[in-house]
Design a protein around this ligand. Sequence first.
Ligand SMILES: [Fe+2]
Ligand SMILES: [Fe+2]
Length: 245
Amino acid sequence: METRVDEIAPRIYRLSTFLAGVGPSGFTFNQFLVEAEQPLLFHCGQRALFPAVSKAVARIMDLRRLRWIAFSHIEADECGALGEWLGAAPDATVTHGAIGCAIWLNDQAPRAPRALADGETLDLGGRRVRRLDTPHVPHCWDAGLLWEETTGTLFTSDLFTHVGDPAALTDGDIVGPAVDAEKRFGYTAVTPAAGKTIRRLAALEPRTLAVMHGSSFSGKAAPLLESLAGFYDGLLQQALPPEPG
Ligand SMILES: [Fe+2]
Ligand SMILES: [Fe+2]
């Protein structure tokens, strides 16, 4: 098992492990390291991935410098190796939204978490990340994303998931492959709030989308987010019974 490292925005590194046996054509599991005075890791990966991913981080910096660990929602690929990371980085603190701390981390985390309110920022020293609550988007009540203000990078978690082992970074279409994956797997909780939640992300006008499964995107990302929001609105409409009369 090998983890690739690519810098997808200034001092933002994608750590990518391709597992050929997952899904119809393999699947990438990507974590992101924000290199700053107080480095932050977004997604832990599963415990089985920790040896490869931690080795990849060690190629960029001393693991013990890690100060923050964050993720979108409670699931093995998002936070399975949390205990391993906290063990390797004694000064690191796990941070999550208020709901995620209440329903999981306050009880399960090896060290006390730092809860962030919706819209609250963490100044990492050279980079600033803002917590955005996105309940049930892509899935799970505790879901949230991070927005890195200085580079205009949105960490999208499972939004835009697509299969295979495509390029680390693209300026091409990732909406089509994401729609294909959604139709195949049905991983997003499509509620009346889904479209609105994703349009709030579009309003940030991100310049980079850091995608957990598949290629990250570089370029004007708002139209992609608008397009994805429209797709989920359409799925919800299809699921509703026809208007009476
Ligand atoms: Fe997920
Ligand atoms: Fe995921």
